[in-house]
Design a protein around this ligand. Structure first.
Ligand code: ADP
Ligand code: MG
Length: 249
């Protein structure tokens, strides 16, 4: 979605360069994501995908360039990162649920601490989102009592409880047993149907075909290719994209 006006942009990254020590891991990243747009980000291990999405809510600091989320440009040191994080939900490969809290408590915690929601309101919203991911009947269990797929759906519900405008997913199905991948992808597809802005790092190409407006391929810290799924899969422009696709398809 190049050419969208600033008010239509959910995320704009411009000239982003990032180093870990002497190693440059993001090289001149320019990326605009429109409101309601769904991006699938793929590329070899170590290409910088996680780093890129972690820069969007300042889980990582950048050294050059700008990151703007819903019209607010992140300051270099992240002094306004909390403001930006209000709009951004994140789901990781490892579900990162609090093991000592029940499913329901996991979904209530940030609402209570960050949003200062009442117990009744936090509980009502938690149950609503747990129902949405079809896991409300497990609300009083602890994470360890659930399957991986169920835990990841709880992690999605927990993120939704903060009313994010943007959801970032970092390989949400990579740690799951194969039979649990579909239930998580189906949950994400239904989220996409609701029109939330989404960037998803995944190599699930069926998911990419189903929901992505654009597929972006990264290699060695650079965005190499960005195209609609049908073009990306059938007629990629770059040799590196072709080589990558031949390995995963
Ligand atoms: P991807 O998600 O595509 O696998 P990452 O963004 O995790 O790639 O990593 C990009 C590069 O940065 C890799 O070479 C990785 O080893 C390195 N890297 C990632 N996190 C750190 C860190 N905290 N400190 C130093 N190097 C890191
Ligand atoms: Mg990664």
């Amino acid at each position: 979605m190049t050419g969208t006006s600033a008010s239509e942009q959910a995320i704009a990254m411009s000239g982003v360069n990032k180093w870990y020590g002497h190693m440059q891991v993001l090289k001149g990243i320019d990326l605009e994501v429109g409101r309601g747009e769904h991006i699938v980000l793929c590329g070899p291990s170590g290409s910088g995908k996680s780093t890129l999405i972690r820069c969007i809510n300042h889980l990582e600091e950048i050294q050059q360039g700008t990151v703007t989320v819903n019209g607010t440009t992140l300051s270099q040191k992240g002094s306004n990162a909390d403001h930006i994080r209000r709009d951004v939900g994140m789901v990781f490969q490892q579900f990162n649920l609090f093991p000592h809290l029940t499913v329901l408590e996991n979904c209530m915690l940030a609402q209570r601490r960050v949003r200062k929601a009442s117990v009744a309101d936090a509980k009502e919203k938690a149950m609503r989102h747990l129902e949405r991911v079809h896991i409300a009947e497990q609300a009083l269990k602890y994470p360890a009592q659930l399957s991986g797929g169920q835990q990841q759906r709880v992690a999605i519900a927990r993120a939704l409880c903060m009313d994010p405008k943007i959801m970032l997913f970092d390989e949400p199905t990579s740690a799951l047993d194969p039979e649990m991948v579909k239930e998580v992808l189906d949950t994400m597809i239904s989220l996409a149907d609701d029109g939330i802005t989404m960037i998803c790092v995944t190599h699930e190409m069926g998911f990419a075909r189903a929901v992505a407006h654009r597929v972006i391929f990264m290699d060695r810290g650079e965005i190499i290719e960005s195209a609609k799924p049908d073009v990306f899969f059938s007629n990629p422009s770059h040799e590196r994209t072709k080589a990558f696709l031949s390995q995963i398809l």
